[in-house]
Design a protein around this ligand. Structure first.
Ligand SMILES: Cc1ncc(COP(=O)(O)O)c(C=O)c1O
Length: 396
């Protein structure tokens, strides 16, 4: 066993503990529904990405069980050998229908979808304009591609335009791409896609939107690109199958030629085993549920609006979210952590998010209401927020 490794781990773990930055993980002792059990305690769950409640949906569970009996537990191989089941083909057709594109390709996670798709197209002779607040998987996907990464200030269209112009006029790059989250998960704000498309047209940029937190939520459930009617303008529509869709995986939707290229050049598709059959069947049904009806979407927004109004009426700073994601901005990092801890003790599971995930002094407790919450659950949560907020002096 390596002594150097032991020393490295010991020193760094100790430093994290001393700075209060070591994240202790609480195992959830139940399904990840609107009420969860943690350390034996039942809590109103405001921390999952299970926006539409589909992770615990009975119909999806039945579909998964039946498929498990028919196909077994694993896909057995990577997609390009014999891991492509008819179920994967059906799923990808359904995703293309969902996103209004010619074709789609699925991956084992949203994270590895970004690793796969960016590096399949961009290389060291290219440049990527990336919103400063883009998700870690986008940042890592950009790094893997070896393209020059040019970060622009968050949703600052003047900055994007200036940097796109400079990159184009430098003549240094073969291709230039602009990448943004569709919905930013820490604040719940929506990317300015119409302006981004306009800038992309002006400077001949490839457009890439990761709508992990938008699909199922914005555009009547069909996502942020649909919300703005830009299906024919965005080259890469990325999504996860693990948040509103409720299962696991990621995908790219776009032109057939793009998807054909990703099938031969994106490495996680070529070198990592395909999504398991039961998951694939459940995902396909989940997407159909979202296509067929806005019922869950409408309930999610109703609950989001209810929680936001309740918190704002109590006097909390809920930021400028445009989606059901509801940050409750406390400010000081230590106070934020104490706030989240007290919520837990009183019966609400809402995680604190502090620097470096968000800027210093903007520590927050982030709330994610879902379609599966009842008004009673939200009322219970609001009563606890009121009690803890007054006790810690965050509200009067
Ligand atoms: C914008 C964005 N992309 C990708 C991911 C990763 O998705 P997954 O959890 O499916 O790997 C996330 C997850 O938080 C995300 O917010």
């Amino acid at each position: 066993m390596s002594k150097i490794l032991d020393t490295f781990l010991e020193e760094n773990l100790q430093a994290l503990h001393e700075q209060g930055l070591y994240n202790e993980i609480d195992p959830v002792e139940s399904a990840n529904g609107p009420i969860i059990k943690v350390r034996g305690k039942n809590l109103v769950n405001l921390s999952s990405n299970n926006y539409l409640g589909l992770a615990t949906n009975d119909e999806l569970k039945e579909v998964a069980k039946k498929t498990l009996d028919d196909y077994g537990v694993g896909a057995g191989a990577v997609r390009t050998i014999n891991g492509t089941l008819d179920l994967h083909v059906k799923l990808e057709e359904k995703l293309a229908e969902f996103k209004g594109t010619e074709a789609a390709i699925s991956y084992q996670s949203g994270f590895n979808c970004n690793m796969a798709a960016i590096s399949a197209v961009m290389d060291k002779n290219d440049a990527i304009l990336s919103d400063q607040l883009n998700h870690a998987s986008i940042i890592d996907g950009c790094r893997l591609s070896k393209a020059k990464i040019i970060a622009y200030n968050h949703s600052d269209m003047d900055d994007l335009r200036a940097k796109a112009k400079a990159a184009k006029e430098s003549g240094l790059y073969n291709k230039i791409m602009v990448i943004t989250d569709g919905v930013f998960s820490m604040d719940g704000d929506i990317a300015k896609l119409p302006e981004i498309v306009e800038i992309a047209k002006e400077f001949d940029l490839i457009t890439y939107v990761d709508d992990a937190h938008g699909s199922g939520v914005t555009g009547k459930g069909k996502g942020t690109v649909k919300h703005f009617g830009l299906e024919n303008e965005i080259d890469f529509q990325i999504g996860t199958l693990s948040k509103a869709i409720g299962v696991v995986g990621g995908y790219v939707a776009g032109k057939k030629q793009l998807i054909d290229w990703l099938k031969v050049r994106s490495r996680p598709f070529l070198f990592s085993t395909a999504l398991p059959p039961a998951d694939v069947a459940a995902i396909t049904r989940a997407v159909q549920i979202i296509i067929d009806s806005t019922e869950l979407h409408d309930k999610l927004w109703e609950n989001g609006d209810y929680l936001k109004k309740g918190l704002a009426d109590l006097g909390f700073d809920i930021g400028a979210s445009e989606t059901p994601i509801t940050p409750c901005i406390i400010g000081d990092e230590k106070l934020t952590q104490e706030f989240s801890k007290r919520l837990f003790e009183e019966g609400v599971y809402a995680k604190s998010i502090v620097f470096p995930t968000v800027p210093k002094g903007t520590g927050r407790v982030r709330n994610m209401p879902t379609a599966a919450h009842t008004k009673e659950m939200l009322d219970d949560a609001l009563a606890i927020y009121a009690k803890v907020g007054r006790e810690l002096g965050v509200i009067k």
